[in-house]
Design a protein around this ligand. Structure first.
Ligand code: AMP
Length: 150
């Protein structure tokens, strides 16, 4: 088995933070590159009606900037000295973008949490973990929160 490229999908929730140490450990053991991926929901797609482009483009620039900053803040001790990390912000439906990125970038394994945020987006899009497992072009490691923290 060869693991050279790992995709870690994060929505900055407790569920995904809990999965991070698995992604980092695997990356270190295999000397793999680790992609930190966050997907911004595409509001225009969700709304299903016309949204003026100028305002929406401006809004996305801001969200993208904050998402990048948030990704860079996701640091755990195990990452100290580890250089092979790339931060990626995508826009669209999370499971579709995660699977497309995995396909386009020859990802060997996807690591994510079994639980994410529980907001309106979850109601609209359903479970990202479930959909990624169903559609991913590679193996998926979905990490549950430890029992005591549920
Ligand atoms: P969910 O199935 O939606 O509760 O989310 C499960 C896991 O999918 C989270 O713990 C994250 O690892 C990942 N995930 C959910 N939403 C996103 C997103 N917008 N971008 C990247 N990863 C996500």
């Amino acid at each position: 088995m060869e693991i050279k490229r790992i995709l870690f999908a994060t929505d900055f929730s407790e569920g995904s933070s809990n999965a991070l140490s698995y992604a980092v450990d695997i990356a270190k053991q295999y000397g793999a590159k680790l992609f930190f991926v966050h997907v911004i929901y595409d509001v225009a797609k969700t709304a299903g009606w016309y949204v003026p482009h100028v305002s929406i483009d401006e809004m996305y620039k801001d969200i993208e900037k904050s998402a990048k900053a948030e990704l860079e803040k996701s640091f755990i001790e195990e990452m100290r000295g580890f250089k092979g990390i790339e931060h990626v912000v995508l826009k669209g439906t999370p499971y579709e973008e995660i699977c497309r990125f995995a396909e386009d970038n020859k990802i060997d394994i996807i690591v994510l949490g079994t639980h994410g945020r529980k907001g309106i987006d979850r109601m609209i899009f359903g479970s990202t973990a479930e959909q990624v497992v169903r559609h991913a072009p590679c193996p998926v490691l979905s990490v549950r929160l430890p029992k005591h923290s549920k």
